[in-house]
Design a protein. Structure first.
Length: 297
């Protein structure tokens, strides 16, 4: 590399360091290999450890100003002394790339981009050669520098594949929707009432959300029938509400936002039997939702 590109690299590293915040200022434990080198994208509840889960995609995309598909045209390693917070086994790279598409965001960006990314050394201790590879970037703009972006975390660069894009676009559409479900932060109240018949009951769970939007979960039990449950995203508590479909933002809000067990202070049941049933019905809901699996650290 001649002196001019070297000066650009140092200038970019200094500029991004000034606005990077967590990108270069925090020590991090040694992470799992970044999904830039991952295998197939996984489903919401399963898949190889190297693949992305649905929760991984939402975690990356939610609140991210820019999602960009780009093609790398040049890479250079930033010296370790200029890469604070770098995890062991990783190198920080200065990247120049051509913009191919803006999948999300309304901030103007240039036809070419510059940014920093952390990548792992391979088994031989060598850096991967990324030139000409297409990548997906989850980034924010750098104020006053339209050709520079800052990744939302040091490894928010993924290998761009048709499969990844087909999984990602519905996530971006759901997050951009005006009627997207609110962020669930916990359980506010839980109430369970027995019916007139043996084995008949109804449990209502009222959830806390980031914007105080109304969300409730109802579990109905009838003698000789499987328990039925559903979620309502309005102020109306609806016994006919249905469970959210796996691999949707509604599923993510519940599976990834609720605690594993019903908090004791949320239980408003009037006696021990009803309190026990409220906890049992909550456990039923969490089991039906399945775990919120994440493969990105």
């Amino acid at each position: 590399m001649n002196n001019a590109p070297r000066m650009v690299l140092l200038s970019l590293a200094a500029g991004l360091a000034a606005v990077a915040g967590p990108l270069v200022a925090q020590e991090r434990p040694a992470p799992a290999p970044p999904v830039a080198t991952s295998g197939p994208i996984a489903g919401p509840n399963s898949g190889p450890a190297s693949g992305l889960t649905y929760a991984d995609l939402v975690d990356l995309a939610e609140g991210t100003p820019l999602v960009i598909r780009a093609r790398i045209k040049q890479q250079a390693q930033v010296s370790p002394e200029r890469a604070p917070g770098l995890a062991p086994g990783f190198a920080r790279l200065y990247i120049e790339a051509d913009t191919l598409a803006l999948l999300a965001g309304n901030v103007p960006i240039g036809e070419s981009l510059r940014y920093l990314v952390d990548v792992p050394f391979d088994a031989r201790g060598k850096l991967p050669k990324l030139k000409k590879q297409e990548v997906m970037l989850f980034a924010r703009p750098v104020p006053g520098r339209p050709r520079e972006v800052q990744l939302v975390d040091p490894r928010a660069q993924l290998a761009a594949t048709p499969e990844l894009e087909s999984r990602l676009r519905p996530v971006l559409a759901q997050l951009a929707s005006a009627d997207r479900p609110p962020v669930v932060t916990g359980v506010r109240d839980a109430l369970s009432i027995a019916g007139t018949l043996t084995g008949e009951s109804e449990t209502q769970l009222f959830l806390d959300t980031a914007n105080d939007g109304p969300v409730s979960v109802t579990v109905v039990r009838r003698p000789g029938m499987e328990p039925r449950w559903g979620v309502s995203w309005t102020e109306i508590v609806d016994q006919a509400a249905r469970p959210p479909k796996a691999g949707t933002l509604a599923w993510y809000r519940l599976a990834c936002g609720l605690p594993e067990q019903l908090p004791a202070d949320a239980n408003l049941a009037r006696d021990e039997e009803n309190r026990a049933r409220a906890a049992e019905d909550y456990a039923l809901v969490m089991a039906r939702l399945g775990p919120c699996e994440r493969n990105r650290s």
